[in-house]
Design a binder for this molecule. Structure first.
Ligand code: CA
Length: 313
């Protein structure tokens, strides 16, 4: 029997025939399929040094893709033909972090081996996932540059806790996967880091830009200058977006929230500028804990940043 106003097993959602949502362009990966953007979730937050349920973020951020349309009113372009191949989420180990990090590395490597997409999106997880992810990209694509939006350096020593969400960039430098001078940090916040790690950052040649510098110079002009420098040095640029770079007023769902960060507009404008560069081929978005969020402010901003990345020209 047919019911006129009921879809069996599905929620009732209003569908406007003249509107395409980003979620409508998401298709599961299968052998031989090609797409514009490959998407994979790395739901690991057991490597976080503070309480974090950011393992729930990949599904939460995906769910917001139904909140955004594929049409850019700013560009007057409809991006509904940019298909997103969804590789799903990597299954982590319940107790063994080292094994989990290996699985993340293997899964990103496998995704890149498919050669199915022009660009890739990785959804964390805590910031620890950037180590296996960037390592996989650097082994596949050659000399890599990273632009890191972050309140923190993330170059902690391994002595106290091994590999955590505080160590990804130290792991990459010490594993010789990237040169310090090819890492650009945007939004480092005052009284949120230590002298020892700031000194380490400088000694490795990492290009550090604090919130103070951003206030004086503007994040866009800093970024454009760094992109012009990086494009001569590297084959490929990876964006690593730690949502705690954004002020706590706009991203209350990060484990390490704080005042004095970027506004949501500064973040989105800078993601848009970076994503327009032809050498930028991937982004990871990390440190969103949906269990601590307020009305999904943080996960929705993360999804918006993701849309800006995917629909850049
Ligand atoms: Ca971080």
């Amino acid at each position: 029997m047919k019911f006129e106003y009921v879809n069996f097993g599905k929620e009732a959602v209003f569908q406007d025939p003249y509107v395409t949502k980003v979620a409508d362009t998401l298709i599961p990966y299968a052998d031989g399929k090609k797409g514009s953007i490959g998407l994979m979730g790395l739901p690991l937050s057991k490597t976080s040094i503070s309480y974090s349920q950011s393992a729930d973020a990949p599904q939460k951020i995906r769910s917001h893709l139904k909140s955004f349309t594929t049409y850019s009113v700013e560009l007057d372009i409809d991006f509904s033909n940019r298909m997103i191949l969804d590789f799903g989420d990597c299954q982590t180990h319940p107790t063994d972090s080292t094994e989990s990090i290996n699985r993340l590395y293997k899964s990103v490597t496998d995704m890149l081996e498919t050669n199915s997409c022009e660009r890739y999106v990785i959804l964390g997880g805590d910031h620890g996932i950037s180590y296996p992810s960037i390592r996989a990209f650097s082994e596949k694509h050659g000399t890599i540059g990273v632009i890191q939006w972050d309140a923190h350096h993330d170059v902690r020593s391994f002595e106290a806790s091994g590999r955590t969400n505080g160590t990804p960039f130290r792991s990459l430098i010490e594993g010789d996967h990237i040169k310090g001078r090819n890492i650009v940090q945007l939004g480092i916040r005052d009284f949120a880091n230590s002298k020892k790690y700031s000194d380490y950052t400088k000694s490795k040649g990492i290009r550090m830009h604090t919130m103070g510098t951003i206030e004086k110079e503007g994040v866009s002009s800093i970024l454009m200058r760094e992109l012009l420098r990086l494009e001569k040095e590297v084959d490929f640029i990876y964006l690593s977006l730690d949502m705690d770079v954004v002020d706590q007023a706009y991203s209350p769902g990060c484990p390490a929230i704080g005042p004095g960060g970027m506004t949501s507009r500064e973040l989105l404008a800078s993601i848009e500028i970076a994503s327009s560069h032809p050498k930028v081929k991937a982004i990871d978005i990390v440190e969103v804990d949906p269990s601590r969020d307020v009305r999904d402010l943080t996960s929705k901003l993360a999804a918006y940043a993701l849309v800006k990345f995917m629909y850049s020209i």
